[in-house]
Design a protein. Structure first.
Length: 221
């Protein structure tokens, strides 16, 4: 059996998931992802050990851009990495990969029959998390603040935005702690500061000491 792909697949799920990054970064993410998919096959659980030089040869991108793009793909939970003695191994998240049935040449009795292949068009429904991230694209602070308004269970269930959801859960915990804190009324703080200021005043201390020596109690007058 000849194990040769007729094409590299790019799902609508992945394409729209990358709407979370700006145009130039999205293009780089797509290029690097397709390079990874050349080597990450279903038969090896979508994993491959690659060097940056291999990705550079495929994409024409600089080493720096490739490094940053791989970090972006990792933060978006599209890929994950594990480090070994011979370099890094990249694992593509199977949630973004279509089932590869009949994608190998000569694997079906009639490979020219395109009806044997799953359609490339698929319906993609944005989750509420995706919508919030897309609405605040490029503004991490707003993304986290919006996500923090969602129930913790919703954030924990989302598997495509793990990086953002973890930050949002941390923000929820921070806000919850603040809501339980006991704050001193501002007026009491001002009164305490005025008292300290008064008692540390040299003229006031002299006058108080003189009154004490002479048994004078101003408040009794």
């Amino acid at each position: 059996m000849v194990k040769t792909r007729g094409f590299l697949q790019l799902t609508y799920v992945l394409y729209h998931h990358l709407d979370k990054v700006s145009g130039g970064k999205k293009a780089n993410c797509l290029s690097v992802y397709l390079s990874l998919m050349k080597y990450c096959w279903k038969s090896n659980n979508y994993t491959a050990g690659l060097r940056h030089s291999t990705i550079q040869k495929d994409t024409g991108l600089s080493r720096t851009t490739i490094h940053r793009t791989l970090q972006t793909l990792t933060k978006l939970n599209i890929i994950s990495t594990s480090k070994g003695r011979s370099g890094k191994t990249y694992i593509v998240n199977p949630n973004f990969v279509k089932f590869e049935k009949s994608m190998y040449k000569n694997e079906t009795s009639n490979p020219s029959n395109v009806s044997d292949l799953k359609t490339l068009e698929e319906q993609y429904l944005y989750s509420i998390v995706d919508k919030m991230i897309s609405k605040n694209k490029g503004n991490l602070e707003n993304i986290i603040n919006d996500l923090a308004t969602l129930p913790a269970d919703t954030l924990k269930m989302d598997k495509n935005n793990v990086y953002y959801c973890k930050l949002a859960i941390a923000r929820k915990e921070e806000l919850a702690a603040e809501s339980k804190a006991n704050y001193v009324h501002p007026q009491k703080i001002i009164q305490a500061l005025n008292k300290i200021k008064k008692e540390t005043n040299v003229r006031y201390k002299e006058k108080r000491d003189w009154n004490i020596r002479n048994g004078i109690k101003p408040w009794e007058k």
